[in-house]
Write a protein that binds this ligand. Structure first.
Ligand code: AMP
Length: 219
């Protein structure tokens, strides 16, 4: 008799690229190895060496949705994504300290940012991170018009679309190459483990060793 389908399964939602790559060593610490390479396979559900653990490849911004609504039991997602998408229904036990970068404000070289942010001034800000930008400038008492973009925010100040951008910065090389300068630090960003609250109770025995291994590996 085949009982495999009745075994509970742990589904882990990951996005391709930095988060996937930097989660692999944590999975390894939990004895889990992904059997396919997401860069070469067309599969979206990847098997692991553990028959009860599988990996779902989803877009970074969709990870909180999959986990909150039970399409996946656990996931790894950036603090920026969690702030932007909201984290209702998600248990966040662990900062994995991976995919680190910072959220910053940047402007074109030569732009007088300090003058522009004087109380009462109105600044046009292009960003993918609307919530973070809105909260940050509201906290400073600066009036902003936000333009939502989905990529290549660096172009906005260069084309006159916006005065400033709010974007993630790692080495600063992308800003430099596009003649932009970082003028304000908003927050440090890293990736978090998120867990579906129902799964935490119903699949506790399967999840617990993974959470413990991740926690030890992060330390
Ligand atoms: P850098 O040139 O090293 O400052 O990297 C800047 C660009 O890389 C950003 O515009 C992002 O698109 C991307 N990037 C760097 N670090 C991260 C991260 N931890 N998470 C997401 N995107 C990142």
């Amino acid at each position: 008799m085949n009982t495999a389908s009745t075994q509970p399964t742990i589904t882990l939602a990951l996005s391709k690229g930095r988060i996937f790559d930097e989660t692999l060593p944590l999975l390894k610490a939990a004895g889990i190895e992904v059997l396919d390479d997401p860069e070469t396979t067309r599969k979206l559900i990847l098997a692991t060496n553990q028959p009860h653990v599988r990996v779902l490849l989803v877009r970074a911004t969709d990870v909180p949705t999959y986990v909150a609504l039970g399409g996946a039991d656990i996931g790894v997602t950036g603090k920026d994504t969690l702030i932007e998408s909201g984290s209702d229904g998600l248990y966040q036990p662990l900062d994995l300290k991976i995919a680190k970068c910072r959220m910053s404000v940047a402007v074109r070289e030569g732009f007088d940012y300090q003058a522009a942010v004087k109380q009462g001034a109105r600044l046009t800000v292009a960003t993918k991170f609307v919530q973070i930008a809105r909260d940050f400038f509201a906290g400073k008492g600066v009036h902003v018009d936000i333009i939502k973009l989905y990529g290549s925010m660096e172009l906005a100040p260069l084309t006159g679309l916006a005065d400033a951008i709010v974007d993630v910065v790692s080495t600063g090389a992308t800003l430099k190459a596009n003649h932009l300068v970082e003028v304000e630090f908003i927050m440090d960003i890293s990736s978090r483990l998120v867990v579906n609250q129902a799964a935490l109770k119903l699949k506790h025995d399967l999840l617990r060793p993974i959470l413990i291994a991740f926690e030890n590996a992060v330390r």
